[in-house]
Design a protein around this ligand. Structure first.
Ligand SMILES: C[S@@+](CC[C@H](N)C(=O)[O-])C[C@H]1O[C@@H](n2cnc3c(N)ncnc32)[C@H](O)[C@@H]1O
Length: 282
């Protein structure tokens, strides 16, 4: 009886202290961080693939192969005049580093110095950030910085970001609150900066190729990698970008050949997989 009463009193004290603390929380900060884009199950799913991330025959080989089309395209969204000003790219959901490293390599091969290009990779799974950091070759280390973070937390903590290009490649279909995710991603871009987003479409064709064929029949991805309910229709993505004052510049479809492990741009395949290039209004 005495123990029960003691516990009740303790409970009251704790709840009073919490409501006291809540009253003194800065309202804006609470508002900014109440909506999380993180879905722990989705992030854990990719963490489990960390050991095989860079394996040429591993479950993510198609994602790595996608660099051959997306890296030059993303690079072309930058104003590539070399005028001494540093160009900055934000890679949201950078995983084990395929895209950040691919972009750094691309600019390295073009002779860009570390003072001309910077790539920031954000990834909420620390295991994957470790993989990305340890895979990065010595000569690219000055061009890439990886952080364990979500875009909403990163932008709230670093409000004056001015990225020339913000990249979300094969990520939005794994987040919670995609509208918030996109809002913070656009916020990280400078006015006039580019947004690049790629994701599977939401259609019977994407279900057949991505889920039925690639996961269940060919076993290219582990079964359950994609959740059909989380896929986003192109029109919804375009509407969200426009709501965030972005002008749509181009939409492309892409096609994967699993036999040769190669990707091609092909607009007939927009319902299966699409990429959007948009520009943030000045
Ligand atoms: C399919 S992988 C894509 C990796 C990389 N973008 C690429 O294309 O090579 C999806 C990545 O998004 C990350 N992710 C999931 N939810 C996220 C969120 N809310 N914010 C940022 N990244 C997230 C996952 O942890 C995973 O590394």
């Amino acid at each position: 009886m005495k123990i029960a009463m003691g516990l009740q009193i303790l409970q009251i004290i704790v709840s009073i202290s919490f409501s006291f603390a809540a009253n003194f929380t800065e309202p804006n900060k609470t508002l900014e961080t109440t909506v999380s884009t993180l879905n722990p199950e989705e992030v854990e799913k990719f963490g489990k693939l960390s050991a095989e991330w860079w394996s040429p025959s591993g479950p993510l080989r198609s994602l790595h192969a996608m660099n051959s089309i997306r890296v030059p395209y993303i690079a072309s969204t930058l104003n590539c005049l070399r005028d001494g000003r540093k160009r900055r790219i934000l890679d949201i959901g950078s995983g084990g580093g395929f895209l950040s490293e691919g972009l750094a390599e691309h600019f390295q091969n073009l002779g860009w110095s570390d003072t001309e290009i910077e790539i920031v990779g954000l990834e909420p799974n620390s295991e994957l950030v470790n993989i990305a950091r340890s895979h990065l070759p010595e000569n690219l280390k000055g061009k890439v910085n990886y952080f364990v973070d979500t875009v909403e937390n990163y932008v709230v903590r670093n409000p004056n970001q001015n990225f020339d290009t913000v990249v979300m490649s094969e990520v939005i279909e794994h987040v919670d609150n995609p509208a918030e995710f996109l809002k913070y991603a656009v916020r990280a871009a400078k006015p006039g900066g580019s947004i690049y987003l790629s994701t599977p479409g939401k259609s019977v064709f994407s279900w057949m190729t991505l889920i039925l064929l690639m996961e269940h029949v060919l076993r290219i991805f582990p079964v359950g990698t994609h959740n059909y309910d989380k896929l986003i229709d192109l029109n919804d993505t375009l509407a969200m970008l426009r709501e965030n004052k972005c002008e749509i510049r181009e939409v492309r479809g892409s096609l994967y050949n699993p036999l040769l492990n190669v990707w091609h741009w092909n607009d007939l395949f927009i319902p299966v997989a699409y990429a959007v290039h948009a520009v943030k209004s000045n």
